[in-house]
Design a binder for this molecule. Structure first.
Ligand SMILES: [Zn+2]
Length: 319
């Protein structure tokens, strides 16, 4: 028997076929081109899966289940996607039915951050931990809660929105419409904005030279490179980012009392520049007894977190 995973992002999609021991037999990666609307994108995914099954010699009848990770919000039980900000026109799309009918097998849908948390739980930094919290810090900030070895979903499947906890009541406007959410302060997008604001403020920085004087080109990547070269403005930016993230982690430690907090996503690859202040602030600001038992570690699955999470989802029981 074989399983399939699909990791749907606003810019790229990964489809993979694996055996039930999670050995990936084939994978395809392509641009979403979300501006075309949902149906051509769905067709691309179906075509890719058919092609992978053929290439790996798996007859369609041997495909036992498909796991799909997709940006939320979505309704897991009906398998319908709701208003995903980076997938225009997908509201109401019955994604699970579209795949279950085409491939005639069990198909499960999960919010992408929850799928990545599940991947870490089964194969990564959360292995052996019944209770842990997962943060993903990239363009935005997402989260997933593993409780008793399972994803905790909440009433409408939307639990774990760690990026939208309010850190500064009068802070910057967030994508969700609120102000001062963690995402508006510590996501890749927010780091870029804060970097540009600080450069525009006139303080000297190597970053100005690195972007050829064009402040609009400064982003989290530039801030990371400059910080590694010892640039004091860039170091301040990461210290501040780590502080915001650490406050967010402290809140989650106080609420969930996890044994472990796993932090993944593209921005987390910067490593100690982010983790050192985040750990320091989380430990200082969470309640002492809860902080003591919670270690704060990087995710282990890296760029494969999304697709491995989708494959792990395929092996979960329905419901
Ligand atoms: Zn928000």
């Amino acid at each position: 028997m074989a399983i399939a995973g699909i990791d749907i992002g606003g810019t790229k999609i990964i489809v993979a076929v694996a055996d039930e021991q999670m050995n990936i037999r084939g994978r395809a990666r392509f641009d979403t081109k979300a501006e075309r609307g949902p149906l051509p994108v769905v067709q691309d995914m179906k075509n890719a899966l058919h092609r992978l099954l053929k290439e790996t010699g798996v007859p369609v009848e041997s495909l036992s289940s498909i796991g799909i990770g997709c940006g939320g919000p979505l309704n897991r039980r009906t398998g319908v996607v709701l208003t995903v900000p980076n997938l225009p026109g997908w509201n109401g799309l019955p994604l699970v039915d579209l795949f279950a009918e085409e491939f005639d097998c069990k198909t499960l849908l999960e919010n992408d951050a929850n799928a990545a948390a599940l991947g870490e739980a089964r194969l990564g930094a959360g292995r052996g931990f019944e209770d842990f919290a997962y943060f993903t810090v990239s363009t935005g900030i997402g989260g997933g809660i593993i409780a008793g070895g399972k994803v905790y979903h909440g009433t409408d499947d939307n639990a774990g929105e760690f990026g939208h906890q309010i850190i500064l009541p009068d802070g910057p406007r967030c994508n969700c419409g609120n102000w001062g959410c963690l995402e508006s302060l510590a996501s890749g997008t927010a780091i870029a904005r804060r970097t540009r604001e600080k450069l525009a403020g006139g303080r000297f920085s190597k970053m100005l030279e690195m972007v050829g004087g064009d402040i609009a080109k400064a982003d989290a990547q530039v801030a990371a490179e400059a910080a590694r070269m010892g640039d004091s403005l860039a170091l301040d930016i990461w210290e501040e980012t780590g502080k915001y993230l650490g406050l967010g982690v402290a809140n989650i430690i106080n609420i969930l009392n996890p044994k472990r907090v796993v932090i993944g996503g593209g921005v987390s690859k910067v490593g100690d520049l982010l983790f050192e202040p985040a750990r320091r602030v989380a430990k200082a600001r969470a309640m002492r007894d809860l902080a003591r038992v919670a270690d704060i570690v990087p995710a282990e699955l890296g760029d494969d977190g999304g697709i491995l999470g989708a494959l792990c989802l395929a092996l979960e029981p329905e419901g």
